[in-house]
Write a protein that binds this ligand. Sequence first.
Ligand code: SF4
Length: 368
Amino acid sequence: MILPGITNKTVLAESESQDCIRLIDQLATTHHLEADEYLYLLDHMGPFEYAHLREKARRLTDSIYGKQVFFRGLIEITNLCAQGCYYCGLQSNNQTAHRYRMSEEAILATVAEGYRLGFRSFVWQGGEDAYFTDERLVKLIRTFKADYPECVVTLSIGERSRESYQALYDAGLDRYLLRHETASPELYSRLHPATMSWENRMRCLRDLKDIGYWVGAGFLINPPGQTNEDLVKDLLFIQEFQPHMCGIGPFIPHPQTRFADKANGTADQTVVLLALVRCISPEILLPSTTALGTVDKEGRSKGFAAGGMVVMPNLTPPDIRKFYEIYAEKKNWGDEAAENVRKSIETVESLGYVAALTRGDHASYKEK
Ligand code: SF4
């Protein structure tokens, strides 16, 4: 079991509690711990110690981004995928999935609608769909940049060659999201078919950073077989790699996968990792994910309280949005885009945060 003290709401002995508080304070100040120190925290921390961690994480967030929550308009451009991640409802061998692909015109029309609603930052997400060749994407990115010079797009369409990432970067793309899913090669191999390699995933992330992208990584909480030792590897990876963004989401089983009967990760487990990552990297852009809101109706607010400060309202046309089902029961506010955005702003503001429909830059960003 991961995070037993959090899961079982353990009240620690005084000396253990003090050890945890000391490590949390050290992390929030130096942004660095050793593997055995992370493991101690994950093995011991209970709700009391987490409350201390959360306060540190939120204070770091406030000191850099204030109460802003960055809005990014999510467009799920294709649900076709050549890959076979065992936990994902879009894996290529799921014959029951209804497949769709948006045309370039439909993507740009959705961007136009998002722009009209106030968005200046977009995420184009999809499976690994061979239709989206470099040539097609370069054309699409160039059109987007020419039509919306003050806007940015983050692309999230999986593993590609270095040459491909370079071509897209040269066309004007500068943000790419590729969750590493787990920094443990052994766990990775239990969650993916032999055709997928952890080494290639890491190669992609390093190529992206080397080229100059703002890179988003990210990992799953409580997929089958995960241990605290695996999570330590994720924390050490974030500490070393220093991504600009990190998507941390609970594992949620999908009925058409081999993990259909496995337990999901909880919001409480997820926010502990969110807060730890915030303390490791104070400037990192951290989404309070849709998956968090799916496993717990308080999930989003728990995410903000732990240092989350990005949301991605779904702009994908409602008639196809329901088919982008990575996990079951995706909470996607299944309305028209305008209604979706209104509800998202209302939620964020009712919790005491400020909805920022801006580029949502990382704190290190400097105008060129
Ligand atoms: S997680 Fe991504 S790459 Fe893996 S099967 Fe799902 S859509 Fe494809």
